[in-house]
Design a protein around this ligand. Structure first.
Ligand code: 5CA
Length: 445
């Protein structure tokens, strides 16, 4: 993509309404624009990262055997009356009346609608287990929307729902989600720690939140520092294996890690003092097992092996897709801007032409640009007339992990410069070698 043809409305000034770094950088890098309180337009650069995050989630859900689908954002209140949540949800629910005076609402989550789909179509234990999920916009009329996409009113969420015959099966689904979430967040360059939490309006006894440690996090967290040394890495896992999923769950949840909602001082005191940590965290996901809460209320039953009608055991599993952009930036930035992890970067690398108008430099840039595209990569080529300093500042702000700098002086010696955004280190090498290195980094060599 040539920057001269792209839409990247970067801001020089720091917007005064933004209190935390991720919000400031998302506004300054031209990723989002507030439409009204807690509601944002996703400008091209922000939309690109949102899609990357979404794709990682889809890939990891497929790996775990979960089935994608899509439900509407506007739902009928009647379903929510069946579960009792129409009244219980309170002021956070945006209620709408249509032209026929029917009560509708903008979905804050979708346990009711998925349960309705299930009960209309599934009647036998033979069709279980079943896990379906969607990535869809949600609305919660938060009393204090703040920190940009971190606590929005409209936000993008992955919500998955499992249906199982027994509690045991449903707990396997819970464990499977925990494992797949560990992989999902690591692919985004994040360490998200599962912590025992409180279930709130979703209900149920078993629930873990996934927290990214960051000073600006809204939750206070207490944990054993050994937890931060755990990595899921690229281990192969059989998601159908109860034992394998259980083992990962135990490895990642046996040490003390809780949010302030469930913190237990006496238990925490049993952690060796030098390993006790109190910090703040951003909740980027939560998984729930709530048994038959919705299936009983809404009559979602199946016939078991003996022909008895039994309510199914369920859980739901959420990822804050739009919040993740903020969380990743909080975890990965410096005083010049964002530093995107390779897994979610909006463009794979930047190309900066130090001397626009110089025929040789332009030809070299064009060639690098074309070579990267031919490899299936997505570079951003700054072909504008800005000064070199301004071009670097923009590249640093928008946080592309790699930059190739092309100038007449280097070209005389047959080299361009390849710079890492994270370390700031540069090396000089021939243009073809720079392209080959980028290809290798992204695994397309
Ligand atoms: N039905 C369940 C699981 S699908 C559910 O709604 N869970 S939740 O309430 O925990 O939301 C899932 C995730 O959405 C949260 O972990 C959080 O990362 C994100 N989220 C929740 N509220 C907001 C908000 N106001 N703005 C941005 N993200 C949010």
């Amino acid at each position: 993509m040539r920057l001269s043809r792209y839409f990247l409305p970067v801001l020089k000034e720091t917007p005064s309404e933004a209190q935390i770094v991720s919000h400031r950088y998302m506004l300054r890098a031209g990723m989002i624009k507030q439409a009204s309180a807690g509601i944002y337009s996703w400008l091209p650069l922000g939309f690109k990262v949102l899609r990357k995050i979404e794709n990682i989630i889809h890939e990891e859900q497929a790996r775990a055997g979960h089935i994608p689908m899509l439900m509407p954002t506007i739902q009928s209140a009647d379903l929510w009356r069946e579960s009792g949540r129409y009244d219980a949800y309170g002021a956070e629910m945006l209620r709408i009346t249509d032209r026929h005076d029917r009560d509708m609402l903008f979905t804050p989550t979708a346990e009711e609608l998925i349960t309705d789909i299930f009960r209309a179509n599934v009647s036998s234990y033979r069709d279980l287990p079943l896990t379906m999920y969607q990535i869809q916009w949600k609305f919660r009329d938060e009393i204090r929307p703040r920190f940009g996409v971190m606590r929005g009113r409209e936000f993008y969420m992955k919500d998955g729902y499992n249906f199982d015959l027994t509690k045991e099966d449903a707990l396997h689904a819970y464990n499977r989600h925990l494992v797949s979430y560990l992989r999902t967040y690591e692919r985004m360059g994040l360490q998200a720690i599962p912590m025992r939490a409180d279930s709130g309006p979703i209900g149920g006894d078993d629930t873990h939140e996934f927290l990214v440690l960051a000073e600006t996090g809204e939750s206070e967290v207490f944990y054993d520092s050994e937890i931060t040394e755990l990595k899921f890495g690229d281990r192969e896992i059989d998601y159908d294996s109860v034992e394998q999923c259980q083992a990962v769950l135990e490895e990642f949840t046996s040490r003390y890690a809780r949010t302030d909602e469930t913190h237990d001082e006496a238990l925490f005191d049993q952690v060796p003092e030098e390993r006790r940590r109190t910090a703040r965290g951003i909740e980027v996901g939560q998984i729930f097992y709530f048994g038959t809460k919705y299936s009983e209320a809404m009559g979602a039953t199946v016939s078991d092996k003996d022909g008895n009608q039994v309510p199914v055991h369920m859980g739901s599993h959420g990822i804050g897709v739009s919040r993740l952009l903020g969380a990743i930036i909080e975890a990965s930035h410096d005083d010049r801007g964002i530093i995107w992890p390779e897994g979610v970067t909006p463009f794979h690398c930047g190309i900066v032409n130090l001397k626009t108008g110089d025929a040789e430099a332009e030809a070299a840039c064009d060639k690098i640009h074309a070579a990267l595209i031919a490899l299936g990569l997505d570079p951003l080529y700054d072909d504008t007339n800005e000064r070199a300093g301004a071009k670097f500042a923009t590249m640093d702000l928008i946080g592309l992990p790699w930059r190739i700098t092309v100038g007449p002086r280097g070209l005389k010696n047959g080299v361009v410069e390849l710079t890492s955004r994270r370390t700031g280190e540069s090396e000089e090498l021939p243009p073809e070698a720079a392209v080959a290195k980028i290809a290798e980094i992204y695994g397309v060599a």
